[in-house]
Ligand binder design. Structure first.
Ligand SMILES: *[C@@H]1O[C@H](CO)[C@@H](O)[C@H](O)[C@H]1NC(C)=O
Ligand SMILES: *[C@@H]1O[C@H](CO)[C@@H](O)[C@H](O)[C@H]1NC(C)=O
Ligand SMILES: *[C@@H]1O[C@H](CO)[C@@H](O)[C@H](O)[C@H]1NC(C)=O
Ligand SMILES: *[C@@H]1O[C@H](CO)[C@@H](O)[C@H](O)[C@H]1NC(C)=O
Ligand SMILES: *[C@@H]1O[C@H](CO)[C@@H](O)[C@H](O)[C@H]1NC(C)=O
Ligand SMILES: *[C@@H]1O[C@H](CO)[C@@H](O)[C@H](O)[C@H]1NC(C)=O
Length: 602
């Protein structure tokens, strides 16, 4: 009824003298008279384009950069990811900046990227990846935008990719999106992307960054398709690797995320219990444990037990607008030191590979579902003479795993003869995982409690070169009891924590603590057969703290509710580089108006 009237007014508006009847005008005037007191932003259901777009964000600590000194900003990419963008990344030539304000090429103090996205309309959450010369440098995803426009800006420190930024190459951005102007599933949200890089020249107090000398991509190297490996088997993604003869250290950085039946891998049901639930609940098997492995010539060299990133459509979409879960716009990455394998990789009698593999908990092969997106790169430091040596100790006992527990120990030592002398190198990991799931109502209700903890360390000649100590507790309650009912719905409550002390091989050691609590519900119709989300509530709060070894800090206490900001306080030395949302975006304790969808009925 309402929708029909709106359509009529729109068509009359196109230059035709309109004579709406008093009966048609009455509801419009009544609506105008009901303007809410706090109307900073109009909710989803309106088509009023005059209001400010919703500021949506993932909390992050902005890159630490020189306070003074020369700098320059360069637009790397400006692109709209709309119709036809699925599996069709934007690819542009990259050339190092030549403006003297940028500083000497390759000798930068810092490089910071700014990914700015605008979207208006309706869209699912979509995954994005950015590659430079076929090495992934950023794994991101989208907001579910609003009909009045949504904007999100994220900054990322990419200084450790200096060797790639110092030479010409191809910049590829994949943001596979689908536009479907269908009568029932109207997906019209296009992602308008602006990606800029800021290069900082070194200063007295902020010298040029120490980075690797060579970066070797671990990816499918394709020129036109997304470069991550799409992994759905036990073989994984294999890259032929030729290491420089003078390599003195080599670190693998890995990007990984579960997709499709693996998006919520941490809630997947162990195979031995799957048949206890009706298929209609949509529960997925292969259990909740996942390990991403790095293998050199097929031999295990290190593992990653990833942090579960929940995307903006994840579990209950209304939980994550406008405040996303940690990692949604800048996923954490992970490091494995493969320096002990340098002598193996330099053996000229055979060709060499580095494999990125995924292992799950399924009782039949493959041990996980379809699929995982995994890629990475090797960051190599070189010396002046050919490196020789051998692995002196290799201990990688079988993963200890039961239905709810997993434990892994790994210790690899080697002796290398390098330009810097003889060096003993050691890479160690000790990881624990526990996941307990409870179900009710035949599986429509699920509680999942998971904690992943671990410590990864690497030392070269007694000096620590990598430390990653983390704990990732996650607790999810999801309730789909009324999902299949007329005017039913679903809801959830989620607690997620990310605590990580990371001293990466390149860049400042930092400690991060993010604590989030989210709860929300979505109401659904069932007309005309295809389900629509028609309304929703969601409340998310987060405390975030960042401290690094340079003394930089960033703290944030933020809350959002029903599509509006409730509070946002930011403090610490890096505050000004990522300040709180503007006052005119804060709705107050009650939050915003929530999500409402008007469904046309003819
Ligand atoms: C990031 O880029 C957007 C779009 O170009 C711009 O509006 C915003 O101010 C930039 N943010 C920073 C911190 O530079
Ligand atoms: C990219 O992948 C496509 C599809 O698999 C293939 O036809 C093409 O040869 C690949 N191109 C490169 C440069 O690898
Ligand atoms: C290594 O790979 C090259 C190129 O694919 C091939 O020509 C060569 O025979 C391989 N060498 C060995 C030892 O397998
Ligand atoms: C989340 O944490 C809150 C506060 O500690 C607690 O009341 C709630 O029960 C937790 N919910 C879940 C699903 O863990
Ligand atoms: C699940 O949601 C329904 C509908 O809101 C509610 O009646 C029911 O009590 C919930 N179940 C649990 C275990 O919270
Ligand atoms: C969503 O709409 C349904 C059906 O009109 C209604 O019963 C429910 O209370 C609404 N929920 C919210 C959160 O507005």
């Amino acid at each position: 009824m309402w929708c029909g009237a709106a359509l009529l007014l729109t068509s009359l508006g196109r230059g035709v003298v309109a004579q709406p009847s008093p009966e048609e005008l009455a509801p419009l005037l009544a609506g105008l008279g009901e303007q809410p007191q706090i109307e900073r932003r109009v909710p989803l259901s309106t088509d009023d384009l005059t209001v400010a777009p919703l500021i949506d964000l993932q909390v992050f600590a902005p890159p630490a950069t020189p306070k003074n000194g020369k700098r320059c900003s360069v637009t790397l990419l400006q692109h709209s990811f709309g119709d036809g963008s699925y599996n069709a990344p934007a690819v542009v030539a990259y050339t190092p900046p030549t403006d003297p304000a940028c500083g000497e090429v390759g000798k930068w103090a810092a490089i910071s990227l700014n990914l700015s996205v605008y979207s208006i309309g309706t869209q699912y959450d979509r995954l994005s990846a950015i590659y430079l010369s076929h090495s992934e440098i950023w794994r991101s995803s989208s907001a579910e935008p609003t009909k009045t426009g949504t904007i999100w800006n994220t900054l990322k420190d990419v200084t450790h990719f200096t060797p790639l930024f110092a030479k010409p190459g191809d910049l590829m951005m994949d943001f596979s999106n689908i536009i479907a102007p269908d009568l029932y599933v109207l997906l019209d949200g296009v992602f308008d992307v602006v990606l800029t890089a800021t290069f900082y020249a070194p200063t007295k107090s902020f010298p040029a960054a120490v980075t690797s000398d060579v970066i070797i991509p671990l990816s499918n190297l394709n020129d036109t398709l997304p470069n991550f490996f799409t992994i759905a088997d036990d073989i994984g993604g294999v890259t032929a690797v030729v290491l420089p003869d003078t390599a003195v250290s080599a670190y693998v950085e890995v990007f990984c995320s579960g997709n499709s039946a693996e998006e919520f891998w941490y809630l997947n049901t162990p195979d031995e219990f799957l048949q206890d639930f009706p298929g209609s609940t949509g529960l997925v098997g292969k259990g909740p444990f996942r390990e991403v492995q790095v293998l050199v010539d097929g031999r295990l060299s290190g593992v990653i037990w990833p942090y579960p990133v929940i995307y903006t459509g994840g579990i209950t979409p209304s939980n994550w607008r406008p405040l996303t879960s940690y990692g949604a716009y800048d996923q954490p990455t992970y490091w494995v030191d493969i320096t002990p394998f340098i002598p193996v990789l330099l053996d000229k009698n055979t060709n060499h590979t580095v494999t990125l593999r995924v292992v799950g908990q399924g009782t039949t092969a493959p041990s996980f579902n379809s699929n995982w997106f995994v890629s990475g790169s090797i960051h190599v430091r070189t010396g002046s003479t050919k490196t020789t040596g051998k692995i002196t100790s290799y201990s990688a006992p079988k993963l200890r795993i039961s239905t709810v527990l997993a434990h892994r120990e790994l210790n690899i030592e080697a002796e290398l003869h390098t330009a810097e002398g003889t060096r003993s190198v050691r890479f160690s990991q000790s990881l624990d995982f526990v996941n307990e799931a409870r179900y009710a109502d035949e599986g429509w209700i699920q509680w999942g409690e998971q904690t992943t903890t671990g410590t990864t360390t690497a030392s070269h000649q007694g000096k620590q070169v990598l430390r990653d100590a983390f704990t990732y507790p996650l607790s999810v309650f999801s309730n789909y009891s009324l999902y299949t009912q007329e005017s039913g719905g679903y809801g959830s409550e989620i607690n997620q924590t990310h605590i990580r002390a990371l001293a990466p091989p390149f860049g400042a050691a930092r400690t991060i603590r993010s604590v989030q609590h989210a709860r929300g519900a979505i109401g659904m119709d069932n007309w005309p057969g295809l389900r629509h989300a028609i309304n929703g509530t969601g409340a998310t709060d987060q405390t975030f703290a960042y401290v690094d070894c340079r003394g930089e800090t960033y703290f944030r206490d933020v809350a959002a509710k029903n599509d509006g900001w409730v509070r946002d306080a930011v403090w610490g030395s890096l505050r000004d580089a990522n300040p709180p949302v503007l006052r005119n975006q804060i709705f107050g304790p009650g939050g915003g108006p929530g999500f409402r969808r008007m469904v046309g009925r003819g």
